[in-house]
Write a protein that binds this ligand. Structure first.
Ligand SMILES: Nc1ncnc2c1ncn2[C@@H]1O[C@H](COP(=O)(O)OP(=O)(O)OP(=O)(O)O)[C@@H](O)[C@H]1O
Length: 182
């Protein structure tokens, strides 16, 4: 079963999924790393220090990895995961907190602005609604990486139990940063 872990860059997908990998031994695919290492991109955006993924190549590569392993739990970790997985967990963070994390990462002013605007405007949530069958959202503001990992684990266990019950705590659309939009 493929579960996407998505969110604006800096929301903690990589950090939290590494915890999950160690704790639950679920396979995690760090898609952005794979795209770079295996050249699954169409071009390099030097200005943004990023690559433009070739989603067709990405899908083909993932089909090869996942094919025949439908019973295995696989977490696809990337800000692109919602274009591929049917069920996704979105990590959200209050934009001023995201700004601090991205500054600490040494991102350019422009890249920081683009990302905090995307977070404030729910860009990934809107895309996930369009592409996915089931969406969960976690507000990670003020939470440690370990706490975030525990919330992901709770959702994962709920999904794996096959329960149709709604997890109201993670209902998508309940996080709202709109007051921060200039
Ligand atoms: N809950 C948290 N509290 C404080 N810092 C965090 C938290 N989660 C992640 N960080 C820090 O924020 C930075 C970005 O985290 P991480 O790489 O996990 O984000 P990401 O969502 O995977 O980003 P990307 O999409 O660019 O890979 C790292 O320096 C990490 O240590």
């Amino acid at each position: 079963m493929l579960i996407g872990l998505t969110g604006t860059p800096g929301t903690g997908k990589t950090s939290a999924s590494k915890f999950l990998e160690r704790k639950r031994h679920w396979k995690v695919i760090h898609l952005n790393e794979m795209i770079k290492e295996e050249h699954l991109y169409t071009e390099i955006d030097e200005k943004r220090d990023a690559v433009i993924a070739d989603m067709e190549l990405v899908r083909q590569r993932l089909e090869k990895i996942i094919g025949g392993k439908e019973n295995e739990v696989i977490i696809l970790e990337s800000h692109l995961a919602h274009y591929i997985a049917d069920i996704v967990i979105i990590l959200r963070v209050y934009p001023p907190e995201l700004e601090m994390r991205l500054k600490a990462r040494g991102y350019s002013e422009e890249k920081i602005r683009e990302n905090i605007e995307a977070e404030a405007l729910d860009v990934i949530l809107v895309e996930a609604f369009e592409w996915c069958k089931k969406v969960f959202e976690i507000n990670t503001t003020g939470k440690s990486i370990e706490e975030t990992e525990q919330h992901i684990e709770k959702i994962m266990d709920h999904i794996l139990s096959g329960s149709e019950e709604e997890l109201s705590e993670y209902k998508p659309g309940s996080i709202d940063w709109i007051d921060l939009v200039p």
